[in-house]
Design a protein around this ligand. Structure first.
Ligand SMILES: Nc1ncnc2c1ncn2[C@@H]1O[C@H](CN(CCC[C@H]2CNCc3c2ccc(Cl)c3Cl)CC[C@H](N)C(=O)O)[C@@H](O)[C@H]1O
Length: 266
Protein backbone atom coordinates (compact mmCIF):
# COMPACT_ATOMS: atom_id res chain seq x y z
CA UNK A 1 0.00 0.00 0.00
CA UNK A 2 1.19 3.54 -0.89
CA UNK A 3 2.77 5.26 2.18
CA UNK A 4 1.21 8.64 3.22
CA UNK A 5 3.25 11.85 3.38
CA UNK A 6 3.52 11.59 7.14
CA UNK A 7 4.62 7.98 7.08
CA UNK A 8 7.26 8.90 4.47
CA UNK A 9 8.42 11.85 6.62
CA UNK A 10 8.71 9.73 9.75
CA UNK A 11 10.58 7.02 7.88
CA UNK A 12 12.96 9.62 6.43
CA UNK A 13 13.66 10.96 9.93
CA UNK A 14 14.37 7.47 11.25
CA UNK A 15 16.81 7.01 8.36
CA UNK A 16 18.66 10.21 9.32
CA UNK A 17 19.04 8.99 12.84
CA UNK A 18 20.76 5.85 11.73
CA UNK A 19 23.80 8.08 11.13
CA UNK A 20 23.61 9.89 14.52
CA UNK A 21 27.05 10.07 16.19
CA UNK A 22 26.73 10.34 19.97
CA UNK A 23 30.36 11.34 20.57
CA UNK A 24 30.24 14.11 17.99
CA UNK A 25 26.82 15.22 19.27
CA UNK A 26 28.22 15.54 22.79
CA UNK A 27 31.14 17.64 21.50
CA UNK A 28 28.73 19.93 19.60
CA UNK A 29 26.31 20.60 22.46
CA UNK A 30 27.93 19.77 25.80
CA UNK A 31 31.27 21.52 25.60
CA UNK A 32 31.90 25.30 25.50
CA UNK A 33 30.43 27.63 24.40
CA UNK A 34 27.11 25.78 24.88
CA UNK A 35 28.31 24.29 28.15
CA UNK A 36 30.34 27.13 29.59
CA UNK A 37 29.60 27.21 33.32
CA UNK A 38 31.29 30.58 33.68
CA UNK A 39 28.75 32.23 31.38
CA UNK A 40 25.24 33.05 32.52
CA UNK A 41 24.12 33.11 28.91
CA UNK A 42 25.42 29.64 28.08
CA UNK A 43 22.67 27.14 27.16
CA UNK A 44 23.58 24.30 29.53
CA UNK A 45 23.76 26.46 32.71
CA UNK A 46 20.38 27.94 31.74
CA UNK A 47 18.88 24.46 31.34
CA UNK A 48 20.38 23.26 34.61
CA UNK A 49 19.01 26.30 36.48
CA UNK A 50 15.51 25.64 35.13
CA UNK A 51 15.68 21.97 36.06
CA UNK A 52 17.02 22.82 39.50
CA UNK A 53 14.44 25.53 40.15
CA UNK A 54 11.38 23.72 38.89
CA UNK A 55 11.68 21.51 41.90
CA UNK A 56 8.70 22.50 43.95
CA UNK A 57 9.53 25.66 45.84
CA UNK A 58 7.65 27.08 48.84
CA UNK A 59 8.41 30.64 49.97
CA UNK A 60 7.30 31.92 53.38
CA UNK A 61 6.69 35.68 53.36
CA UNK A 62 7.55 37.53 56.57
CA UNK A 63 8.58 34.44 58.51
CA UNK A 64 9.53 36.38 61.59
CA UNK A 65 11.38 34.15 64.10
CA UNK A 66 8.83 31.35 63.62
CA UNK A 67 8.83 27.99 61.85
CA UNK A 68 5.30 26.66 62.47
CA UNK A 69 4.13 27.92 59.11
CA UNK A 70 6.34 25.51 57.13
CA UNK A 71 6.21 22.36 59.30
CA UNK A 72 3.80 20.67 56.90
CA UNK A 73 5.07 22.39 53.74
CA UNK A 74 8.46 20.74 54.11
CA UNK A 75 6.81 17.34 53.55
CA UNK A 76 5.49 18.45 50.15
CA UNK A 77 8.05 20.96 48.86
CA UNK A 78 11.66 20.01 48.19
CA UNK A 79 12.76 23.58 48.80
CA UNK A 80 11.57 26.03 51.42
CA UNK A 81 12.76 29.64 51.49
CA UNK A 82 12.17 31.69 54.64
CA UNK A 83 12.14 35.49 54.49
CA UNK A 84 11.94 38.40 56.89
CA UNK A 85 12.46 42.14 57.05
CA UNK A 86 14.61 42.02 60.16
CA UNK A 87 18.08 40.53 60.50
CA UNK A 88 17.25 39.76 64.13
CA UNK A 89 14.49 37.40 62.96
CA UNK A 90 16.61 35.88 60.19
CA UNK A 91 19.33 35.28 62.79
CA UNK A 92 16.86 33.47 65.05
CA UNK A 93 15.83 31.24 62.16
CA UNK A 94 19.48 30.52 61.25
CA UNK A 95 20.12 29.53 64.87
CA UNK A 96 17.43 26.87 64.67
CA UNK A 97 18.59 25.76 61.22
CA UNK A 98 22.10 25.24 62.53
CA UNK A 99 20.80 23.19 65.45
CA UNK A 100 21.92 25.88 67.90
CA UNK A 101 20.34 25.11 71.28
CA UNK A 102 20.15 28.82 72.17
CA UNK A 103 16.93 29.26 70.15
CA UNK A 104 14.46 31.53 71.91
CA UNK A 105 11.72 28.89 71.64
CA UNK A 106 11.75 25.08 71.72
CA UNK A 107 9.87 24.01 68.57
CA UNK A 108 9.60 20.36 69.67
CA UNK A 109 5.94 20.55 70.80
CA UNK A 110 5.08 22.14 67.43
CA UNK A 111 6.91 19.41 65.52
CA UNK A 112 5.23 16.70 67.62
CA UNK A 113 1.76 18.23 67.18
CA UNK A 114 2.14 18.52 63.40
CA UNK A 115 3.38 14.90 63.26
CA UNK A 116 0.14 13.87 64.97
CA UNK A 117 -1.92 16.06 62.59
CA UNK A 118 -0.21 14.25 59.73
CA UNK A 119 -0.89 10.83 61.20
CA UNK A 120 2.75 10.18 62.11
CA UNK A 121 4.07 8.98 65.43
CA UNK A 122 4.77 11.97 67.68
CA UNK A 123 8.29 10.54 68.05
CA UNK A 124 8.80 11.17 64.32
CA UNK A 125 9.34 14.81 65.22
CA UNK A 126 13.12 14.41 64.96
CA UNK A 127 12.76 13.18 61.38
CA UNK A 128 10.48 16.11 60.61
CA UNK A 129 13.03 18.51 62.10
CA UNK A 130 15.75 16.93 59.95
CA UNK A 131 13.52 17.11 56.86
CA UNK A 132 12.77 20.78 57.53
CA UNK A 133 16.45 21.58 58.03
CA UNK A 134 17.18 19.82 54.75
CA UNK A 135 14.35 21.61 52.90
CA UNK A 136 15.19 25.17 54.02
CA UNK A 137 17.61 26.34 51.34
CA UNK A 138 17.59 30.10 52.08
CA UNK A 139 16.71 32.69 54.72
CA UNK A 140 16.42 36.00 52.85
CA UNK A 141 15.65 39.65 53.48
CA UNK A 142 12.28 40.83 52.15
CA UNK A 143 10.21 44.00 51.95
CA UNK A 144 6.64 43.45 50.81
CA UNK A 145 6.23 47.18 50.10
CA UNK A 146 8.72 46.96 47.23
CA UNK A 147 7.26 46.03 43.85
CA UNK A 148 9.96 43.34 43.87
CA UNK A 149 9.96 42.19 47.52
CA UNK A 150 12.86 39.77 46.95
CA UNK A 151 16.02 39.87 44.87
CA UNK A 152 14.66 38.43 41.58
CA UNK A 153 17.69 36.16 41.13
CA UNK A 154 16.73 34.03 44.15
CA UNK A 155 13.58 32.62 42.56
CA UNK A 156 13.01 30.57 39.41
CA UNK A 157 12.04 32.62 36.35
CA UNK A 158 8.33 31.63 36.64
CA UNK A 159 8.16 32.15 40.42
CA UNK A 160 7.60 29.92 43.43
CA UNK A 161 5.07 27.08 43.31
CA UNK A 162 3.50 28.14 46.61
CA UNK A 163 3.60 31.08 49.01
CA UNK A 164 2.71 30.98 52.65
CA UNK A 165 2.42 34.13 54.73
CA UNK A 166 1.19 34.44 58.29
CA UNK A 167 0.22 37.67 60.04
CA UNK A 168 2.62 39.67 57.93
CA UNK A 169 0.86 41.92 55.44
CA UNK A 170 -1.68 43.49 57.78
CA UNK A 171 0.93 44.03 60.50
CA UNK A 172 3.32 45.88 58.23
CA UNK A 173 0.82 47.97 56.24
CA UNK A 174 -0.36 51.40 57.43
CA UNK A 175 -3.68 51.11 55.60
CA UNK A 176 -5.82 48.86 53.40
CA UNK A 177 -4.38 50.28 50.18
CA UNK A 178 -0.85 49.40 51.30
CA UNK A 179 -2.03 45.92 52.36
CA UNK A 180 -3.56 45.37 48.93
CA UNK A 181 -0.47 46.66 47.12
CA UNK A 182 1.75 44.36 49.21
CA UNK A 183 -0.52 41.42 48.32
CA UNK A 184 0.05 42.28 44.67
CA UNK A 185 3.81 42.56 45.18
CA UNK A 186 4.14 39.11 46.73
CA UNK A 187 1.88 37.75 43.98
CA UNK A 188 4.70 38.51 41.54
CA UNK A 189 6.83 35.94 43.41
CA UNK A 190 4.28 33.21 42.65
CA UNK A 191 3.91 31.37 39.36
CA UNK A 192 0.50 31.54 37.62
CA UNK A 193 -1.58 28.67 38.98
CA UNK A 194 0.50 28.61 42.15
CA UNK A 195 -1.19 28.72 45.55
CA UNK A 196 -1.09 31.33 48.29
CA UNK A 197 -1.78 30.19 51.86
CA UNK A 198 -2.51 33.38 53.80
CA UNK A 199 -3.16 33.64 57.52
CA UNK A 200 -3.90 37.01 59.00
CA UNK A 201 -5.47 38.97 61.81
CA UNK A 202 -9.01 40.30 61.65
CA UNK A 203 -10.08 43.46 63.46
CA UNK A 204 -6.60 44.15 64.82
CA UNK A 205 -5.30 47.70 65.23
CA UNK A 206 -2.03 47.07 67.08
CA UNK A 207 0.27 44.43 68.52
CA UNK A 208 3.30 44.47 70.80
CA UNK A 209 6.52 43.36 69.10
CA UNK A 210 8.26 43.48 72.45
CA UNK A 211 7.90 45.29 75.81
CA UNK A 212 6.54 48.76 74.97
CA UNK A 213 7.01 48.14 71.20
CA UNK A 214 3.48 48.92 70.01
CA UNK A 215 3.11 48.30 66.28
CA UNK A 216 0.06 49.59 64.38
CA UNK A 217 -1.93 47.10 62.30
CA UNK A 218 -4.51 47.81 59.62
CA UNK A 219 -7.82 46.40 60.91
CA UNK A 220 -9.19 43.97 58.31
CA UNK A 221 -12.60 42.39 57.84
CA UNK A 222 -13.23 39.17 55.90
CA UNK A 223 -14.83 41.12 53.04
CA UNK A 224 -11.76 43.35 52.65
CA UNK A 225 -9.45 40.32 52.55
CA UNK A 226 -11.58 38.72 49.82
CA UNK A 227 -11.76 41.97 47.84
CA UNK A 228 -7.99 42.54 48.09
CA UNK A 229 -7.27 38.99 46.92
CA UNK A 230 -9.61 39.44 43.95
CA UNK A 231 -8.16 42.85 43.09
CA UNK A 232 -4.61 41.47 43.03
CA UNK A 233 -5.22 38.57 40.69
CA UNK A 234 -6.06 35.66 42.97
CA UNK A 235 -9.02 33.29 42.90
CA UNK A 236 -10.17 32.46 46.42
CA UNK A 237 -10.44 28.72 46.94
CA UNK A 238 -11.13 28.48 50.67
CA UNK A 239 -11.66 30.86 53.57
CA UNK A 240 -11.70 29.75 57.20
CA UNK A 241 -12.24 32.13 60.13
CA UNK A 242 -11.31 31.62 63.79
CA UNK A 243 -12.80 33.82 66.51
CA UNK A 244 -10.62 34.25 69.58
CA UNK A 245 -12.17 32.97 72.81
CA UNK A 246 -11.95 35.56 75.60
CA UNK A 247 -8.94 33.94 77.31
CA UNK A 248 -6.93 34.12 74.11
CA UNK A 249 -7.10 37.91 74.37
CA UNK A 250 -3.98 38.27 76.48
CA UNK A 251 -3.17 41.92 75.82
CA UNK A 252 -0.30 41.43 73.31
CA UNK A 253 -2.63 42.74 70.59
CA UNK A 254 -6.31 43.57 70.08
CA UNK A 255 -6.98 40.94 67.44
CA UNK A 256 -10.53 39.57 67.43
CA UNK A 257 -10.28 36.88 64.75
CA UNK A 258 -7.91 35.07 62.42
CA UNK A 259 -8.52 34.20 58.79
CA UNK A 260 -7.01 31.46 56.66
CA UNK A 261 -7.31 31.95 52.92
CA UNK A 262 -6.18 29.47 50.27
CA UNK A 263 -6.06 31.24 46.92
CA UNK A 264 -4.76 30.48 43.47
CA UNK A 265 -2.90 33.00 41.33
CA UNK A 266 -4.82 33.58 38.09
N1 LIG B 1 8.08 45.57 55.01
C1 LIG B 1 8.08 44.30 55.44
N2 LIG B 1 8.09 43.28 54.55
C2 LIG B 1 8.07 41.99 54.98
N3 LIG B 1 8.04 41.63 56.28
C3 LIG B 1 8.02 42.64 57.18
C4 LIG B 1 8.04 43.99 56.82
N4 LIG B 1 8.04 44.74 57.97
C5 LIG B 1 8.01 43.87 58.98
N5 LIG B 1 8.00 42.60 58.53
C6 LIG B 1 7.97 41.36 59.31
O1 LIG B 1 6.64 40.88 59.37
C7 LIG B 1 6.57 39.96 60.47
C8 LIG B 1 5.20 40.05 61.10
N6 LIG B 1 5.10 38.99 62.14
C9 LIG B 1 4.48 39.48 63.35
C10 LIG B 1 3.00 39.74 63.40
C11 LIG B 1 2.28 38.63 64.09
C12 LIG B 1 1.52 39.00 65.35
C13 LIG B 1 0.69 40.26 65.33
N7 LIG B 1 -0.64 40.09 64.79
C14 LIG B 1 -1.46 39.13 65.47
C15 LIG B 1 -0.73 37.88 65.78
C16 LIG B 1 0.67 37.83 65.73
C17 LIG B 1 1.35 36.65 66.02
C18 LIG B 1 0.62 35.51 66.39
C19 LIG B 1 -0.76 35.57 66.47
CL1 LIG B 1 -1.66 34.16 66.94
C20 LIG B 1 -1.43 36.74 66.16
CL2 LIG B 1 -3.16 36.76 66.25
C21 LIG B 1 4.71 37.69 61.62
C22 LIG B 1 5.77 36.73 61.95
C23 LIG B 1 5.42 35.27 61.67
N8 LIG B 1 5.06 35.06 60.26
C24 LIG B 1 4.29 34.77 62.58
O2 LIG B 1 3.35 34.17 62.03
O3 LIG B 1 4.40 34.97 63.77
C25 LIG B 1 7.71 40.36 61.42
O4 LIG B 1 8.60 39.28 61.52
C26 LIG B 1 8.40 41.54 60.73
O5 LIG B 1 9.81 41.52 60.84
Amino acid sequence: MEQTGTENGVAAMAACYQRFDPAAYLQYNYTPPRADFDRKDSIVPWKLACLKYYINLLVDIGSGPTLYQVLSGCEVFNEVVLTDFLEANRKELRRWLQGDETCSLDWTPYLQHVCKLEGRRASAWTEKAAKLRQAITDILPIDVHRPQPLDPSVLPPAGADCLVSCFCLESVSPDLAAFTRALGHIGKLLRPGGHLLLIGALGESFYFGGPGVKIPVVPLGEAEVCTSLKETGYTLIRLEVYTLPQDMRVGVDDVTGVFFAKAKKD
